[in-house]
Each structure stands twice: as structure tokens, then as C-alpha cells.
Design a protein around this ligand. Structure first.
Ligand code: NDP
Ligand code: 6NA
Length: 457
């Protein structure tokens, strides 16, 4: 696969990056493994945390430049790109300031003697990451890994090589030793070979089910720990006592965030029948009037999809949904002209025998469902192969909490949109994957939680 920067707003090829060779991979793994065996990985944590502090400061200093690189390379709004640059600095600082506490030994009361659990690094990790949050997906792996002492080799998506390169540049400038983080422009086959390598002890992947399944299968074959964060088909439940104005505003924002290319965002709108018509009318007006255009323009609210292939795939997916009985309530087509633009789209009457009922639409396409009760809302929410996140809108918090607890996902948000923060665990169940990133849970995914016990004398 070619690593290329193609501006999704203009479809202009800006740069092609050379792939790394097998010899480059061997050198990267040798350097990373030697670093893992060194005092740097196994010794005091502070030198590693100081790298994260310096990295956060470097990111802050280059915020506008980094944001623009992401927008030009994958098309997210410049304001969203700034937000992403901001949060990766926050993630670096979060682990710089909390990892020592998270990884400190924890005592166990045992009749057998004095016992405790220590947390040790396990070795070189592989990160395989997608393009939709081109810096955030990398920092989500790097920060806890370096804090714990695990070196990382990384394969980023082939459409964001500039983001991948500048991230590695920042890590090196922050003083990380060679081997702490190495970006590799490589193929899927080379990814499989890296997973099989005895120096590699784990794999963290975010992306599609297909890629996740291939990586998890290879990791399983070689008995390596893996974490997967894959697709989602999140519900956005609006109950009959919801603040409709707020629900509409947040629903439009969530569905169109990153041009709808976000795993945790509103995709299946589940509306109580008492408010369904009113919500749909307001939602349709808002979706139909968003400003579509150049993501570098501060007034734009919907930019392009990440690639021409993404537009083709989404167009076919919408067409298939309509052929299987869905009603096109708004939009439905790619926007003619330069760039990868797609109309804000609303589908209704998606029945369970329509393939679209079980499909994630990775673009500005909302599916509308109407339910008669809370139980029906929960049943529909859980009638999915995915289990990543979801949102519930009600002014009765106890009612919303009850639904949140019954929805089978890794997260549920009440009266707000799904988002992320360093202290909040991120991940899902079912075909959305397994494992958690961020928070104290994330740093413990790839450590050896070792029991030590001193027998009673
Ligand atoms: N959970 C999340 O945050 C995200 C989920 N997705 C899901 O992925 C779908 C498609 O997005 P897309 O970016 O194409 O996701 P992909 O899964 O195709 O890409 C994610 C990463 O995996 C790599 N990859 C793809 N196939 C393999 C393989 N067989 N072995 C090893 N690595 C592989 C990709 O490399 P390359 O780019 O070179 O193909 C990329 O680095 C979306 O519809 C969405 O469901 C996408 C983005 C984010
Ligand atoms: C808000 C950050 C989300 C990143 C991963 C995703 O859901 O696409």
C-alpha cells in the first residue's frame, strides 16, 4: 500500500512516502528490543515521564502547524484538528503525572504471607492505527506504553503519512531514546510478520473489523496480547421528556463530527414516538442547512470524507439501503465537483431485514428509528453486532441511568455526545473489540501484573 498525502478537499496528491523495507523493520525491532532490555525500560519511571512532559510542551508550541497538517491530510475541520492536538498534549501530561501512581505496587491481604502485585513492562508493542484521529490514535498507545517501559513500533494508516512522520519527529525531539517509538510505512503482510516476531509482545489496533480480525488472529496464533477498538453503531436515544432543542443540536454535531467518520458518535437515532416527528423536523432542517466546504475555513461545519474510496463506499452503502426498502428523507449522494464531499443524509424506514439495519455508516448518514417505550429503545440498541458507545437524552436522570446500564456497550453518555478524555476508559464489546485505552485501565493492558509473596516466617 502506498503512503501518500492526498488532500481530500482537492484530491491533489501532495507527497508520496517510500515504504520501509524488511531490513528497516529488523533494525527497528532490534533497537526497540534492546531498549526494552535496558535500564531505561526496567529502571526508574521518572526519565520516561519527563519525555512525556517535554512532548506535551512541544505539541503545544506547534499546535497550529500540527492541526493544519491533519486537516490537509484527512479533511477534518481545522477547529477539530486543534482540539485533537490539544487533547494529545493532555494525554501525554495525564500519564506523565499519574502513571507512577497507577503502576505502583498494590498490597494484597493474604493468609499466606506478605503479598503484593508489581507492574512491569512486557516488551515491544505494535500499534496499528487509523486516519480519523491521526495524532490521538498514536498518543493513546504511546503515552501509557512509554510510561510503563514498553517500546512501540507503529503502522499508521496509509493516507496520513505526514501526521505519522511529524508525530515521530516530536517524540524524538522530546528526548525519547531511539526505539521508544518507530513509525513504519509497511504493508499488512509485514504487520503480520512483526506480530509473529518473538521480540514483539503485544498489538494495539484501532480500525475496521477486517483489519482487527486479521491482527487479532495473528496475535492469537503467536500468543500475543492484543487490544482492538473497532467500529460502532451507536444509538442516540431521545426520550419523550428530553430537552429537544439540546438533543437536536448535539445530535447534528455528533453525527457530522469528523464528517461522520468517528466510531463513537450518533449513528442510529432512536426516538420516542411522542417526540419523533418534532425531533425529525428540527433535525432535518439543521442537517440540511449546515455549511459544507473547505475544512480550513473557520465557518465550515461539514468537510470532506477522508478519501475518494470512502465516498464511493458510502454511496454504494446508501444505495443498497434504499434498494432494500429504506426511505431517503434527506441527501443521499456524493456532492459533485472537487473533493470527497457527501450530502448530510437521513434514512428512515430501515427495517430489520435491510442490511443497513446492522451496518455502521462511516459518514454523515443518520438512521432514524421510532420506539414506543424505554424497553423497546434498549432492545433496539442491543440488537447490534457492535457495542462501542451510545447516548441517552432525558431530563429524568434516573430514567436515563437505567437505560444506560442496560445498553450493551463500552460507554453510555447521558445528555451529551460521546467524546474522550485521558481519564476516561475507551473501548467496547462484541464486534467493537476488546480491551480499554486511556485511564488507569489503559496503562495496565500491556504490563505484567506480577504477584510477589513472602511466606510467613
Ligand atoms: N474505531 C475507530 O476509531 C475507527 C474505526 N474505523 C473503522 O474502520 C473502517 C474503515 O476505516 P479504515 O481506515 O479503512 O480502517 P482500516 O481498518 O482499513 O485501517 C485501520 C488501520 O489498519 C491497517 N490495516 C488494514 N487492513 C489491515 C490488515 N489486514 N493487516 C494489518 N493492518 C491492516 C490500515 O492500514 P492501511 O491504511 O494501509 O490500509 C490502517 O493502518 C471504518 O468504516 C470504521 O468502521 C476506522 C477509523 C477509526
Ligand atoms: C472522540 C475521539 C474518538 C476516537 C476514536 C473514534 O471513535 O473514532
Amino acid at each position: 500500500m502506498a503512503y501518500q498525502t492526498i488532500n481530500p478537499t482537492t484530491n491533489e496528491l501532495l507527497k508520496t512516502y517510500a515504504n520501509h523495507t524488511d531490513a528497516d523493520i529488523e533494525a527497528a525491532l532490534d533497537t526497540a528490543h534492546k531498549l526494552y532490555k535496558s535500564q531505561w525500560s526496567k529502571g526508574p519511571i521518572q526519565p520516561r515521564l519527563q519525555v512525556l512532559e517535554r512532548l506535551a510542551d512541544l505539541i503545544d508550541a506547534r499546535k497550529e502547524e500540527l492541526a493544519r497538517i491533519a486537516t490537509v491530510e484527512m479533511g477534518k475541520l481545522i477547529s477539530d484538528a486543534r482540539d485533537e492536538v490539544w487533547i494529545i498534549a493532555e494525554i501525554a501530561r495525564y500519564y506523565a503525572r499519574n502513571a507512577e501512581k497507577f503502576l505502583a505496587p498494590s498490597k494484597i491481604d493474604s493468609q499466606l504471607g506478605e503479598a503484593w502485585v508489581e507492574n512491569h513492562p512486557i516488551g515491544v508493542l505494535l500499534a496499528v492505527e487509523p486516519w480519523n484521529f491521526p495524532y490521538y490514535q498514536l498518543m493513546r498507545v504511546f503515552a501509557p506504553a512509554i510510561a510503563a517501559g514498553n517500546p512501540v513500533v507503529a503502522k499508521h494508516a496509509s493516507i496520513v503519512p505526514h501526521c505519522a512522520s511529524v508525530f515521530e519527529e516530536l517524540v524524538n525531539e522530546a528526548g525519547a531514546p531511539k526505539g521508544a517509538w518507530k513509525n513504519l510505512f509497511i504493508t499488512s503482510t509485514q504487520v503480520a510478520n512483526i506480530i509473529a516476531d518473538e521480540r514483539v509482545q503485544g498489538a494495539a489496533m484501532t480500525g475496521s473489523e477486517g483489519a482487527g480480525s486479521a491482527i487479532a488472529a495473528q496475535a492469537g496464533k503467536y500468543l500475543k496480547k492484543s487490544t482492538l477498538e473497532m467500529g460502532g453503531n451507536d444509538v442516540f436515544v431521545v426520550l419523550d421528556d428530553a430537552d429537544l432543542e439540546k438533543a437536536v443540536e448535539i445530535g447534528v454535531f455528533s453525527r457530522l463530527h469528523i464528517s461522520g467518520q468517528e466510531c463513537i458518535c450518533a449513528k442510529r437515532f432512536v426516538l420516542h414516538e411522542n417526540i419523533a416527528d418534532e425531533f425529525l423536523a428540527r433535525f432535518t432542517t439543521a442537517m440540511a442547512t449546515v455549511t459544507i466546504g473547505d475544512p480550513l475555513d473557520e465557518s465550515t461545519k461539514l468537510g470532506p470524507l477522508s478519501s475518494a474510496e470512502a465516498v464511493k463506499g458510502l454511496s454504494k452503502q446508501v444505495e443498497r439501503a434504499l434498494q432494500n426498502g429504506a426511505t431517503l428523507h434527506l441527501g443521499g449522494k456524493a456532492i459533485a465537483g472537487k473533493g470527497n464531499f457527501f450530502e448530510p443524509t437521513i434514512l428512515t424506514d430501515v427495517t430489520r431485514d435491510n442490511p443497513a439495519y446492522f451496518e455502521e455508516f462511516f459518514g454523515p448518514v443518520a438512521q432514524i428509528y421510532v420506539v414506543k417505550s424505554d424497553d423497546e429503545a434498549v432492545e433496539l440498541a442491543n440488537d447490534s453486532r457492535y457495542g462501542l458507545a451510545g447516548a441517552v437524552f432525558s431530563q429524568n436522570i434516573e430514567r436515563a441511568k437505567s437505560l444506560a446500564s442496560r445498553i450493551e456497550t463500552g460507554a453510555v453518555w447521558i445528555n451529551t455526545f460521546a467524546s474522550t478524555a485521558p481519564e476516561l476508559p475507551f473501548g467496547g464489546v462484541k464486534r467493537s473489540g476488546y480491551g480499554r485505552e486511556l485511564s488507569e485501565l489503559g496503562i495496565k493492558e500491556f504490563v505484567n501484573q506480577k504477584l510477589v509473596l513472602v511466606a510467613k516466617s
